[in-house]
Design a binder for this molecule. Structure first.
Ligand SMILES: NC(=O)c1ccc[n+]([C@@H]2O[C@H](COP(=O)([O-])OP(=O)(O)OC[C@H]3O[C@@H](n4cnc5c(N)ncnc54)[C@H](O)[C@@H]3O)[C@@H](O)[C@H]2O)c1
Length: 247
């Protein structure tokens, strides 16, 4: 049996690709031979030939965002094989002080946008005879954490959405999985990492002894996009250096 690790001929959409994990995933997919629509609030600045890379300014919560993202993949590259719902925000707040506005914004970006974008992508994936949907969950898809009420709830919802979609879409050859990064260097985590105690806690909690890099998560996203993951669906994959497997 041969296992292809390349993404030659595949077309991917990656949201939140101007920074951190999304940027690393878009680069990994390009390096593996995919054509990529890289979208974010500001145009992602990734090196790539226009034959393989389309940078799109797109707020994933806009009404027309799902149609724009999928239309861009169809017009530029003729179809869609892989959707990575990566764009996300982390607006801190405990149950006592999280504002309703932040709660709703968190859900609009972290949960409703993946739901709507996936709905728009499904007909295109079916046209190809199958495909991949990869959502960005978190270790907080399984655990709570202080001061992260809306974020943690939204990432639990990403787990539920992924499992529900996996159940509905397996018959079309579409797999749906979610990644569960631990503490990863990125724009989102920078304010938390500025607290030396926070950083040291996560460095020492991970048996690997370090904070993760966006490329660590991109490597797992690459696996989930390739043929090698063809029988993996509805799964959450922790990319946390073992932090959540120890106490
Ligand atoms: N960094 C971590 O430690 C960590 C841990 C677990 C999960 N995650 C998840 O990984 C994903 C990527 O986060 P990151 O750490 O790379 O953070 P990041 O802030 O570096 O990147 C997130 C990107 O999403 C974009 N974005 C935000 N709102 C958007 C919108 N409405 N429309 C389009 N794009 C939007 C931002 O502009 C940004 O470029 C998120 O879903 C996050 O929850 C990150």
């Amino acid at each position: 049996m041969t296992h292809s690790v390349a993404l030659d001929g595949k077309v991917a959409i990656v949201t939140g690709a101007a920074s951190g994990i999304g940027e690393a995933i878009a680069k990994a997919y390009l390096s593996a031979g995919a054509k990529v629509v890289a979208a974010d609030l500001t145009a992602p600045r990734i090196d790539g030939s226009p034959d393989a890379l389309l940078s799109l300014v797109c707020d994933v919560t806009d009404d027309d965002a799902p149609a724009r993202l999928c239309g861009a993949a169809a017009n530029a590259f003729g179809g869609l094989d892989i959707l990575v719902n990566n764009a996300g925000v982390c607006l801190p707040g405990s149950i006592e002080d999280q504002s309703l506005e932040d709660w709703e914004k968190t859900f609009a970006i972290n949960v409703t946008a993946p739901f709507r974008t996936s709905q728009a992508a499904i007909p295109m994936l079916k046209e190809r005879g199958g495909g991949r949907i990869i959502n960005l969950g978190s270790i907080m898809s399984e655990f709570g954490g202080p001061g992260l009420c809306a974020y943690g709830t939204s990432k639990h919802a990403v787990a539920g959405l992924s499992k529900g979609m996996a159940a509905d879409l397996g018959k079309y050859g579409i797999t749906v999985n979610y990644l569960q990064p631990g503490s990863i260097w990125s724009g989102m985590s920078r304010p938390f990492m500025a607290d030396a105690d926070f950083r040291k806690y996560w460095e020492s909690k991970a048996p690997m002894g370090r904070i993760g890099d966006p490329e660590d998560v991109a490597a797992a996203a690459l696996f989930l996009a390739t043929d090698g993951s063809r029988f993996v669906s509805g799964a959450g994959i922790r990319v946390c250096g073992g932090a959540m497997s120890t106490f």
